[in-house]
Design a protein around this ligand. Structure first.
Ligand code: 5RP
Length: 231
């Protein structure tokens, strides 16, 4: 048995039944020949299983462009062929989210992969966000802070500048199960930032700070929100 075949999703999956329903819906959208952008998180992971079933049953030829190492490895485990942004542009993409507000603005990045997630969403002409109802909020920031990926040497500068654009509390995200900060796949750090008010210029204000790689705010993107309940 190869090491890839032994891979399992290690964290608890919240609302698994609702995620499973939306995962099945996204799998039904896949067509032969599609190049898919594949986001991160447990809902995406469930959708990959449903897509792998269709590949097996119907012999679909698809290619996946993943947004994280974790999802890359799950694609490999499930036999879903991979490609990169060097070789292909996605026809469409699916990804999860941590919060979705009534304007379809998002907070993403609990998994720390928001730079690649945003790059893929920007590269794809059609983007489905797959969430269970617990992700729908009236106001962004209700349950999650805004994650900001930061070049390590810029940490102190970025912290000061984030306060100037309204951050009322900032935490350096700790590593899971060991001392020290979490380090992203791009070798950067993550600041989890709390704001009283998330307005339509905040994503750009954060992005303009030297040393910020990307934030988990998605404001004003053209997104199709798919929940188990709205379909
Ligand atoms: C990772 C993300 C995920 O899409 C988000 O955390 C959703 O996760 P899940 O589907 O496990 O609830 O933005 O950076």
């Amino acid at each position: 048995m190869s090491l890839i075949s032994t891979l399992q999703w290690s964290s608890t999956i919240t609302n698994p039944a609702a995620k499973q329903r939306v995962a099945q819906q996204i799998a039904q959208k896949v067509k032969d020949g599609d190049v898919l952008g594949v986001g991160s998180g447990s809902t995406v992971y469930m959708a990959l299983f449903a897509i792998a079933e269709r590949i097996k049953a119907e012999g679909l030829n698809i290619l996946a462009i993943p947004t994280s190492l974790e999802i890359t490895m799950f694609c490999a485990k499930l036999g879903i062929p991979l490609t990169t942004l060097f070789e292909h542009t996605p026809h469409w993409l699916f990804d999860g989210a941590d919060e979705v507000d009534p304007n379809n603005w998002l907070i993403k990045g609990r998994g720390g992969a928001m730079f690649k997630e945003k790059l893929l969403i920007r590269s794809s002409p059609l983007n489905y966000i797959i969430v269970d109802d617990s992700k729908l909020v009236l106001k962004l920031g209700t349950n999650f802070p805004v994650p900001v990926e930061v070049y390590p040497q810029a940490l102190l500068h970025v912290e000061e500048e984030l306060k100037k654009v309204g951050a009322i509390d900032i935490k350096l995200r700790p590593a899971k199960g060991k001392d020290g900060p979490i380090v992203t796949e791009n070798n950067n750090l993550i600041l989890d930032c709390y704001f009283d008010d998330i307005n339509d210029s905040l994503e750009q204000d954060i992005k303009a700070i030297t040393g910020v790689i990307e934030s988990g705010l998605f404001i004003g993107y053209d997104l199709q929100i798919l929940t188990a309940e709205n379909n």
